[in-house]
Design a protein around this ligand. Sequence first.
Ligand code: 9MR
Ligand code: 9MR
Length: 587
Amino acid sequence: MKPGVLKQVLPFLFLHFLFFQAVTAQNFTETIRLNQLGFYPDGPKIAIVAAEVKGEFFIATPDLKKKEFTGMLGGQQVSSISGKTTTIADFSKFKKPGTWVVWVPSLGHSWPFEIKPNVHHDLAVAALKGFYHQRMSTDLPERYAGKWHRPFSHPDKNVFVHASAATGARPKNTVIESPGGWYDAGDYNKYVVNSGITVGTLLALYEDFPAYFKKLETNIPENGNGVPDLLDEALWNLRWMLTMQDPGDGGVYHKCTTAKFEGFVKPEDAKAQRYVVQKSTAATLDFAAVMAQAARVFRGFELEFPGLADKFLKASKSAWQWARANPATMYDQGKMNEQFEPKIETGAYGDNDVTDEFIWAAMELYVTTGEDEYFQAVDLFPSEGLTVQNWGDVRTMGYLTLLRHEQHLTPVAATPMRYLKGMYIAFAKGLVYKTEGQAYLAPMENNVENYVWGSTAVCANQGINLIYAYRLTNDQVYLNYALDNLDYLLGRNATGYSFVTGYGDKTPRHIHHRPSEADGVEDPVPGLLAGGPNPGQQDKCETYPSKIPDESYTDDVCSYASNEIAINWNAPLVYLAFAVDILKSEP
Ligand code: 9MR
Ligand code: 9MR
């Protein structure tokens, strides 16, 4: 070869190399977004490429040596949230169990995922176990908690009645016991309002699938006590909730809390004085609702827990009485702090509209007792349309209970039930309307207002409602939309994260969670759902990658507005993951 020729050939070789790289990228790419756990053999299977691409894609073994399926990229989607374009890779026709990747030759390949039955089972069990990891007033031994074991923390046997809650019988600084329950979130306090919807959701899951949960074995201390583990876990918090009721009048303290948030110390090192504060109508009604529900559920375990169901029902009824007599005692932390010392600065869970709490409590009491007076005590439909439940809006919790027990209602409910069902189906249609046009094909994306503090729980709670729509209509379409939202939570989204700690390949590592941060263990406590994208960015962290609502998430411990975890977010994840897994695995 003459010297000049090499000079001419080299650039060509280089270009050829670049070109070759470009058309057959064999590297991993985060551009391909999918449920990082995987898919059911007979279920829908969608990956979303966060780019505009055309041509073929493959399902291949993770080493890319074997292509098992060829599909055509299709359907350019435009996000109504960011305006960005994505491309669908639909491989629903590929059903072969195994571990695979999606491979787009011009981009690279995805995370590996599995195709198998019960693909969400382990995740569902882990999310339930997340509650065990949140338990307080107990030690968590290694055989249950693994490397996240920890010693006894927060006895809560020396809790002060805050001045805002003082009565004749329990003056300021009276010492009461309020042990047990779960830490609310990344902080160490316990809030009745948030406990209400959380326990309500877990008990609803039991009521919806009792046969399944009677057989489910998990690794918690109560396993083998003759009571389903799901109920044992709920009971851990229910027993605490009972201590929050003032035996003098039936009213329920809003929360059990320190005055200020503790620092990022281990649970056992967090020793600041704790208080029960002012009673509130919202807390009392949420309490009344779950106690009535618990009375119904634990009626079936009279042998294991003699008298417990009666105790729950009695607690529920006296709470209901208190709320009827005090229908507008709102929790306004600012106002409270103007009057009383010490000032309380922890989570407020303040709610100025208790119409929905009245409905929820009334419906639980009605279904448990069969007494029409509860049904007639409230205006069941104070406004048109339905909302996805959250801690401050629990009306739908009451409706779900009516739907669940439809076969056993008294005649007073007959006409309203017809109306409710119609309204419910319209609601479900609204939730999924336009989903086909969305960038990640999830109902979650249909409304930019879903991206609030705890947006992942909005997504999961939508999923619960879509499951109800499925059970009401028997139309698989709704079940698949619920699965779309689960896919969204597990990686098919604009951030590329699976939002559950330890479940997926790209998961939160730095959650705003005191135990995880203080324990010296590198991995965060597993099975916990991060709050997710929230353009509010109330924590003012500087590491958010974007202000775009569905991208406004940062895996940074500073980010309590997008990366905290919370019991009321984990509960709908537990519900959705189990329900989808049960329903998708039925013959
Ligand atoms: O750690 C707290 C978290 O659990 C709450 O959700 C959040 C909002 O109430 O507040 C966090 O505590 C922060 C406080 O509000 C402001 N100072 C820094 C605290 C820790 O980051
Ligand atoms: O989930 C709550 C969210 O809806 C509120 O906007 C936010 C601010 O008030 O508080 C969230 O709840 C936090 C609670 O106040 C304290 N424990 C941690 C909770 C999750 O961040």
